[in-house]
Unconditional design. Structure first.
Length: 347
């Protein structure tokens, strides 16, 4: 297994990436090669500071950085030697199996599109995000890459999310739900109505339309929507979790009795925090490309980088990319040969 890591992206320096790699190696990551891609002097300094020496590490120098302020496509053309582009090229040339980056989300998505290309039969790649719930977690896609979608794009997102949920989250038969304004058949706009009709014709475990209050009720393992809706859901969930923990902390510190109660319940609170901690899921995989791509949060620290590396390795081991290609091809063929009109399927 060979992983290319974009060291220069994100809010924190190379030291955090090196620290995350160090934790991952201690946690059982056994790569043949880890390419640390970025400015060589900075990477070497971070390795010395961490005291990390491993035969699997190779430095790939990249003189430029794609910043959060850069416009992705234009910047990739203007900065051909940026670290995310060099990392993607390693995968494109077959020298690496996967890319991990904390950088500009749009830049990573654009680099994957331009440097790797989409899998055969995949019309649009998608950003998938694993969102924890009290019972388990669900995969949300698209989480912000494509704000304007066609019905067939949503069908392909459902296929990709199902493969990821089965292989990485270990859900035997993932339940797929279509995000809508009501559960009843026929709800929603033209996009969701046609996507619903197509999904009913597939062999996916499609449970139908779902609403916002179904997300944390253990009704689905894969939530499908366009990128506009998905990004709103994702950011709302993130901000709500932070707000609730903040409110709980303030209320428990109001007086001595509450502080004592909090102390007695501290193990329960720790368990809940671990269960709902997004850092345990590493980041957001970009699905549908000719290579494994993991987008870690820009503010990710060592623990999150460690999780991203371990989950990326798991994704490669389970051949998620190849399984997505096979399943998308099968569903495309099924719908092309169904009673649906060619116009409806393509629209």
């Amino acid at each position: 297994m060979r992983i290319a890591v974009d060291v220069m992206g994100g809010d924190h320096g190379p030291e955090v990436v090196v620290g995350g790699l160090q934790q991952a190696l201690r946690s059982g990551l056994r790569p043949a090669v880890v390419y640390l891609v970025g400015q060589q002097d900075a990477i070497e300094a971070a390795l010395r500071h961490a005291g990390l020496r491993a035969d699997c590490i190779q430095i790939v120098h990249a003189s430029e950085v794609l910043t959060m302020e850069d416009k992705p496509v234009q910047a990739l053309r203007r900065k051909p030697d940026c670290s995310i582009a060099r990392a993607m090229e390693l995968v494109a040339r077959g020298e690496a199996d996967a890319v991990v980056s904390r950088g500009n989300t749009g830049g990573i998505f654009a680099a994957a599109t331009l440097k790797l290309g989409r899998l055969p039969g995949v019309d649009r790649g998608a950003i998938a995000t694993v969102i924890p719930t009290p019972e388990r977690a669900f995969v949300l896609l698209d989480a912000g890459a494509n704000i304007e979608c066609k019905p067939m794009h949503l069908v392909q997102y459902a296929v990709m999310g199902s493969v990821y949920a089965r292989e990485v989250l270990q859900v035997a038969r993932p339940r797929v739900g279509l995000m809508n304004i009501g559960r009843e058949d026929g709800k929603g706009n033209e996009l969701t109505q046609e996507a619903f009709r197509l999904l009913k014709q597939t062999d996916l475990n499609f449970v139908g339309n779902i609403e916002g209050h179904d997300l944390f009720a253990d009704r689905v393992d894969v939530v499908v929507c366009d990128g506009f809706v998905g990004n709103v859901i994702l950011k709302t969930c993130e901000s709500l979790a932070l707000a609730m923990f903040g409110m709980l902390k303030r209320e428990l510190n109001r007086n001595f009795k509450r502080r004592l109660g909090a102390l007695l319940a501290s193990n329960a609170f720790r368990s809940m925090r671990r269960r709902l901690d997004p850092e345990a899921y590493g980041g957001a995989p970009l699905l549908g490309f000719r290579g494994t791509v993991m987008k870690a949060h820009g503010a990710a620290r060592e623990r999150a980088l460690c999780s991203a590396l371990l989950i990326t390795a798991e994704t490669v081991r389970h051949h998620v990319r190849d399984q997505i290609a096979e399943r998308v091809a099968a569903v495309n063929a099924l719908l092309a040969g169904s009673t649906a009109s060619p116009t409806a399927v393509a629209s």
